[in-house]
Design a protein around this ligand. Structure first.
Ligand code: PGA
Length: 251
């Protein structure tokens, strides 16, 4: 069993001081450790985060990438730039980008493709709204979102890629999550991938994200089809974040 992948998605939070202190303390706590930990800071702190975590097990994740290689696209960042900088993972399809930036499936597909072409690891976020959940559409939504990749790029595109199941209703929410239900969705996603390729379905990391904290993290990661967690809010407080790491890695 691989070590679970823990990713902190800092979204639009933190400042220079926060990034410095947080990463200094984290590197100190994880000295000589070989855990699977990643931090996704705001893009202007990516370089700083990479420098700060250079000699540690912490890998850096970008929260977004542009679909273009280069050119007149003011404000955008290319996959090549991220790769050159030393980024390892890139989040795509996060519901906040689908909702607030009107990101379409077509763009998400292009992002996935360009990330792979640059030998970065895409973390494809998928998941349903509350309304879709109530209407029992969870499986259909997840299937459509993974089929977007499979039908256009082939199942091999999921080799060395990550899927993050992030039900939109669970993100930053007070609605209690039912861990057995989440496991069932993860199992469903894996079983669909298995129809195409057994090895990829066995090896692919399927992470869970949505109100993960130090109280539920261990139970979530005990589930057979949940291989990692993507943490928003609870990753912004150093003590809470380290608590989660300690619980999971038994330190
Ligand atoms: P949350 O965010 O942990 O604050 O619910 C998770 C995410 O959006 O990745």
């Amino acid at each position: 069993m691989k070590k679970p992948l823990i990713i902190a998605n800092w979204k639009l939070n933190g400042n220079q001081y926060f990034v410095n202190i947080f990463l200094e303390k984290l590197c100190y706590k994880l000295k000589k450790k070989k855990y699977n930990i990643s931090i996704a800071p705001s893009s202007i702190y990516l370089n700083k985060a990479i420098q700060k975590t250079k000699n540690s097990c912490i890998k850096i994740c970008a929260q977004n990438v542009d679909i273009n290689k280069f050119g007149a696209f003011t404000g955008d960042i290319s996959a090549e730039m991220l790769k050159n900088m030393g980024v390892k993972y890139v989040l795509i399809g996060h519901s906040e980008r689908r909702i607030y930036h009107k990101e379409t499936n077509k763009e998400i597909l292009k992002k996935f493709e360009i990330i792979k072409r640059n030998n970065l690891i895409p973390i494809l976020c998928i998941g349903e709204t509350l309304k879709e959940k109530i209407n029992k559409k969870t499986k259909d939504i997840c299937l459509n979102q993974i089929n977007l990749i499979i039908k256009n790029l082939g199942i091999k595109a999921f080799k060395n890629s990550i899927i993050a199941y992030e039900p939109i209703w669970a993100i930053g929410s007070k609605i209690p999550i039912k861990i057995q239900e989440i496991q069932k969705v993860h199992n469903f996603i894996r079983s669909k991938i298995k129809l195409y390729n057994k090895k990829i379905s066995k090896n692919i990391i399927i992470q869970y994200g949505g109100s993960v904290n130090h109280k539920n993290a261990k139970q979530i990661l005990k589930q057979p089809d949940i291989n990692g967690i993507l943490i928003g809010n609870a990753s912004l407080n150093f003590n809470n974040f380290i608590k989660i790491i300690k619980i999971i890695y038994n330190i």
